[in-house]
Design a protein around this ligand. Structure first.
Ligand SMILES: C[S@@+](CC[C@H](N)C(=O)[O-])C[C@H]1O[C@@H](n2cnc3c(N)ncnc32)[C@H](O)[C@@H]1O
Length: 198
């Protein structure tokens, strides 16, 4: 069974799983972003769109939110859930995305994306100069890794300590704006400060 099948099967229960996370951590993480600066926002792994409303309530009226997810069943639910002219969603792998964005949001998705060097290299290609990435988990790293360890399909999808991930981001040309890695949740907020480093 691959990741697509796994997340397709999770689509019926994803809203319940999400609601067990800390909404205050999500809200406070999203408050780090200066939403007035961004018009082209990419949401990676939007799933059923359950956290997308928290993004849309902050997004400027003339901004666009491009959401993607590899699971068609998750995407179908997001389409049913969200009626907002600023929002579009597609069945797509992050590594197949094309375009230029000001902000990339990775909410509860980083450990599923694979090699971190490739994640930051791809992100750098997708971001305009001074573009930003907000990586956010609204549960603790320990909790996430414990849950993943119990599922064969994602047992290798480990969320690494933020100190390790931020060093990889720096090597790929990002400066660190904010970090959090504690019992409440996990945040790595970075800004592209150079041309692409490949
Ligand atoms: C744990 S869920 C989190 C969903 C959502 N962001 C949330 O917090 O409610 C991870 C989602 O990422 C999607 N995903 C995993 N790998 C992906 C990839 N390479 N590209 C796009 N989406 C991916 C999965 O299908 C799943 O819906």
């Amino acid at each position: 069974m691959d990741s697509v099948d796994f997340f397709d099967r999770l689509s019926d229960e994803w809203d319940d799983i999400f609601s067990r996370g800390d909404i205050d951590v999500l809200e406070r993480g999203l408050e780090l972003v200066n939403w007035n600066s961004f018009t082209r926002v990419l949401e990676v792994g939007c799933a059923t769109g359950v956290e997308t409303s928290y993004i849309l309530k902050r997004l400027k009226s003339n901004a666009k939110l491009f959401a993607i997810d590899i699971s068609a069943k998750m995407v179908r639910r997001a389409i049913e859930r969200i009626q907002d002219a600023r929002f579009t969603v597609n069945i797509k792998n992050f590594f197949d995305v094309e375009g230029i964005f000001d902000l990339i949001l990775m909410i509860n998705v980083l450990p599923h994306l694979g090699e971190l060097e490739e994640v930051f290299t791809k992100s750098s290609k997708l971001l305009d100069n001074r573009g930003e990435i907000l990586i956010l988990h609204n549960s603790s790293r320990q909790h996430i890794n414990m849950v993943h360890s119990r599922k064969e399909e994602v047992k290798d999808h480990v969320l690494l300590p933020v100190e390790i991930v931020q060093e990889i981001a720096k090597d790929k040309g990002f400066s660190i704006l904010h970090t959090k890695d504690d019992e409440e949740g996990y945040i790595l907020y970075v800004q592209k400060f150079t041309q692409e480093i490949f």
